[in-house]
Write a protein that binds this ligand. Structure first.
Ligand code: ADP
Length: 193
């Protein structure tokens, strides 16, 4: 594997959109979104999906052990591909960060990029997006959990010399250029044909 880069940031900061654009533009960049994996599992009504569906609808977090298994399995499947993985939505808790460090113990964790957008703006964006879990109550709960569980990871990555912060406001194309520059400083990027 070409390495793992964790993409951090509040719900609605644009992680999913930007990671999908980066994976499209650059060869060997793969987007792994835990939210998408869980929504796919729920749509397919798999055991994971049945377990996660109600938790997601309530804006709560799926248990760490479940998420760590899901991510470890996906990273293992990509191990031999040479891909650079943009990990979107994981880690979200200190326990998940420790687990990720274990999964990438051989130096695979290249860094973390924090996509920074303020609470007022992400709330507005999510209400406009209107995904199933984007109700006023669901948004408030997810943002509360972000501050409590996920925001401490910013320091966790910074303490390890792994953090870069990117301004997530402005035109999507501008944000894309900033992110590509940050990621390009961590791994070689090659344009897709
Ligand atoms: P958002 O960040 O806007 O909440 P995501 O698509 O990243 O959207 O996640 C949707 C839901 O999936 C979360 O609210 C949570 O219930 C679940 N989820 C995703 N990733 C994780 C994770 N790493 N740990 C626990 N739950 C997760």
């Amino acid at each position: 594997m070409g390495g793992v880069i964790a993409v951090l940031g509040r719900q609605g900061a644009g992680k999913g959109t930007q990671c999908a654009m980066l994976a499209e533009r650059f060869d060997t960049v793969v987007h792994v979104s835990t939210g998408d994996m869980l929504r796919d599992a729920a749509a397919l009504d798999t055991p994971l999906g049945r377990r996660a569906g109600a938790i997601m609808a309530a804006g709560e977090l799926v248990p760490d052990d479940v998420m760590c298994d899901v991510v470890a399995e996906r990273l293992a499947a990509l191990e031999d591909s040479g891909a650079t993985v943009l990990l979107d939505g994981f880690p979200r808790t200190p326990a998940q960060a420790e687990a990720l460090a274990g999964m990438t113990a051989s130096g695979g964790l290249r860094g973390a990029v924090l996509l920074e957008v303020c609470v007022a703006e992400v709330s507005e964006r999510m209400l406009a997006r209107g995904r199933g879990d984007d109700t006023a109550a669901g948004i408030a709960r997810r943002l509360e959990l972000y501050e409590a569980q996920t925001a401490p990871l910013v320091e966790w990555f910074a303490d390890r010399g792994l953090l870069q912060t990117v301004d997530g406001t402005g035109e999507p194309a501008e944000v894309f250029d900033r992110l590509a520059a940050a990621i390009g400083g961590l791994v070689p990027l090659r344009l897709s044909r």
